[in-house]
Write a protein that binds this ligand. Structure first.
Ligand code: NAP
Length: 236
């Protein structure tokens, strides 16, 4: 399979890209601007191609398909998150989260779906969040973007199913990635997060990757429109 994983230069996206490479797929690594970093990660994990496109800029979103060509599997993992109380959130922070988390998701699906439909096969997976289910007083806008993506997934799953294309969402809980590094390297703050997780520990990027690969593989072929939590029970 040819697989594009957005935001795959670190964290969960990198683990997803590496897992696809290990099972023999042709993988495209992507990040916003740093071509050298994308190229480094490509070489490190053995992926086929490295590309950049800033997903906050719809012109760059529109140009990504021309850089990669069609893909059998589209994993929409890139996102931005601004931790701010909603009373204080700025228009810029709202716009960036809407652009990267929702708008780019819509337009990338629009760009990659026609070739999948024509071939009668495709796999689209979005990355959601435990914040779809759990309140967090500094993540209300981020959570709203993730809920919006989930609704999009449900609607498109129904429309795309007759053409052999499945559309699913994987929603991680608290996962050890560079995004959380400042919280997780502080012992007290780390413990406070762990206390919210029924399984008692943070998750790994590889555990999220396993769910994505399952949904895109033979075993997940009959699953569409699903929201798979990989959160140690944090959303319960
Ligand atoms: N980590 C968690 O605990 C957690 C929990 C719930 C959900 N999630 C979700 O899981 C996904 C991955 O999270 P993560 O923690 O692995 O994220 P991360 O460490 O912050 O990495 C984000 C990736 O997305 C890319 N990206 C960010 N802004 C971009 C833009 N404007 N254009 C293109 N690429 C962009 C980054 O590339 P650049 O360096 O080029 O910006 C990077 O490769 C996200 O959708 C996140 O919301 C994560």
């Amino acid at each position: 399979m040819k697989v594009l994983v957005t935001g795959s230069t670190q964290g969960i996206g990198k683990a997803i890209a590496a897992a696809f490479v290990r099972q023999g797929d042709e993988v495209i690594v992507h990040c916003s601007k740093d071509k050298a970093k994308a190229e480094r990660v490509r070489a490190e994990i053995g992926a086929a191609l490295a590309v950049t496109a800033d997903l906050s800029d719809m012109r760059e979103v529109g140009g990504l398909y021309a850089k990669t060509g069609a893909a059998d599997c589209l994993v929409l993992n890139a996102s931005v998150q601004y931790k701010q109380r909603w009373e204080e959130i700025t228009e810029e922070a709202v716009d960036r989260q809407l652009a990267v988390n929702i708008k780019s998701t819509i337009f990338l699906m629009q760009a990659y779906y026609p070739a999948m439909k024509e071939r009668g096969f495709g796999r689209i997976v979005t990355l959601g969040s435990v914040n779809q289910r759990r309140c967090h007083d500094e993540l209300s806008v981020y959570a709203a973007t993730k809920c919006a993506v989930m609704r999009l997934v449900k609607n498109l799953a129904k429309e795309c199913a007759p053409f052999g294309v499945t559309v699913n969402n994987v929603s991680p809980g608290a996962i050890e990635t560079p995004r959380n590094a400042d919280v997780l390297c502080d012992k007290a703050r780390r413990r406070a997060v762990e206390d919210k997780i029924p399984l008692g520990r943070l998750g790994t990027p590889e555990e999220c990757a396993a769910a994505v690969l399952f949904l895109c593989g033979k075993e997940g072929a009959y699953i569409t429109g699903a929201d798979v939590s990989v959160d140690g029970g944090m959303g319960l």
